[in-house]
Design a protein around this ligand. Sequence first.
Ligand SMILES: [Zn+2]
Length: 273
Amino acid sequence: MLLRLLAGFGLSLLVGGLGYWRRSLSLSGWLGAVLIGTLTVGCGSWAWGWLIILFFASSSLLSKVGKRRKAAVALDKFSKDDRRDLWQAMANGGIPLITALGYAWQPHFAWWALALGATATATADTWATEIGTLSKGRPFMLTTFKQVERGRSGAISGLGMAATSLGALLIGLSAWGLTSLGLGNGQEPQVWFVVAATIGGIAGSLADSLLGATVQQMRWCDHCASETERTIHKCGNQTRHYRGLAWLNNDWVNLISTGAGALVALLIAVLAN
Ligand SMILES: [Zn+2]
C-alpha cells in the first residue's frame, strides 16, 4: 500500500501538472488532483485511480473540442471558466476518494461499486455538457419538456444523452479491462461492473439535470436580462439570486449527483452478487 501511495502521488503530481500546464486545472485544482490520485491509487487500487484519470483526461480533451462555438455559450451560462479548482475536483472526485479510504479499511465490493457509479456519473455528465453544448438543435428541460436555449442548466438533448451513455459505458468497460489486467487490488473482473457503471452514470447524470432544472442556484443579470450561474456576469455586472436554493451551486449539484449515481451502481452490484 505504501508503494501504491507513493506511485499514486507521483502519477497524480504528473497528470495534475500536465492539467495545470494545459490550463485545465487551477493551482488548487492541481492540489485536489494530487489528493484524489494519491488516495484512490494508494487506498483503493490502480483501477480506481486510472478511472479518475480517464475521467479527467477525456473531460479536458472534450472541453477543447469546438472551443470557439462553446465559448459564447459557456461565458454566458456557466459559473466558472474551464480551469477546475479544488472544489470542482472534490465535487467530482470526493466520493471515489472516500470510498477508497473505506476499501483500505474494509475491502468490499460495495466501495468499488460506489466509486464506479460516482466516476461514471462525473464522466457521463461532463461528456454530456461538453458535447451536448455543441448540439445544433435546441435542448429541452427534463421537468417541463419545453425547449430552451443551449447551455441551460438542467436542459438535455439527444446528442447530450448519447454522450452521457457513451461516457458511462466507457468507465464500465475500462473498469472491466483494468481489473482484467490485475489492477483491481482484490476486485476480479465482473460483468456487473459494466452494467453498474453505465446505468449508474446515466442515472446520476439525469439527477444532475433534474437538480439543475429545479433547485440549483440560478442568477440573473439585470443588465443583459439573462440567466447565468455566474456571480459576476460576462458584461461585468453583479448578478442577483433569481431562482433555486442560494447555497446549491454547481459543485454541490455535482457532489449530490455523483452520490446518486454511486447508490444506483451499488444497488446493481448488490443485485448481481
Ligand atoms: Zn450581463
